[in-house]
Design a protein. Structure first.
Length: 173
């Protein structure tokens, strides 16, 4: 699928570009983003991460957007839909420190959910987060993602312990 943009009122969701490497590196080094990331972030300069976001569009494996301020173009965060199988996909996101607590994640989540249901023809979106990540839980609930179940998953940091994970789901109406 060709990369595309989503106009979302005060936000613009656009594909990641190689020129975004500095903001990606900032995010990859942010302690809160690293704390809750489901996979270890090993490339702190962001080049490989950006390349992965671009490649996802090329092979239809994931659809990643930089969340930007519609007026200034400043990157505020990231959101993507991945693991699209049998009419269901998974959504994940993060927001940079300066944009936290301002409704950016929920606003972007609403927009990308509408896009995924219409453009990818999904019937369900899943959202997973560490059960201790109360901010992500609030975002999911604010955007209408119902808590479906509590899961025990292998530790996201590669350790041998398990972590409790919330699975939220939103069905296309």
């Amino acid at each position: 699928m060709e990369p595309m943009e989503i106009a979302a009122g005060r936000l613009q969701l656009r594909p990641w570009h190689p020129a975004d490497v500095e903001v990606a590196a900032e995010a990859l080094n942010d302690p809160e983003i690293r704390r809750w990331a489901p996979t270890p972030m090993t490339d702190p300069d962001g080049k490989a991460w950006i390349a992965g976001q671009i490649a996802g569009w090329a092979d239809d494996s994931s659809f990643a957007f930089a969340i930007t301020d519609a007026t200034t173009g400043q990157v505020l965060g990231h959101i993507r839909v991945k693991s699209v199988v049998d009419g269901a996909g998974e959504v994940g996101y993060w927001v940079l420190p300066a944009a936290r607590g301002k409704g950016v994640a929920a606003h972007a989540l609403d927009a990308v959910a509408q896009w995924a249901f219409a453009r990818l023809e999904l019937s369900r979106l899943n959202l997973l987060h560490d059960a201790a990540n109360t901010a992500s839980c609030r975002v999911a609930q604010k955007s209408g993602f119902a808590l479906a179940r509590l899961l025990d998953e292998p530790s996201w940091d590669g350790g041998e312990e398990t972590v409790e994970v919330h699975l939220h789901a939103l069905s296309h109406r």
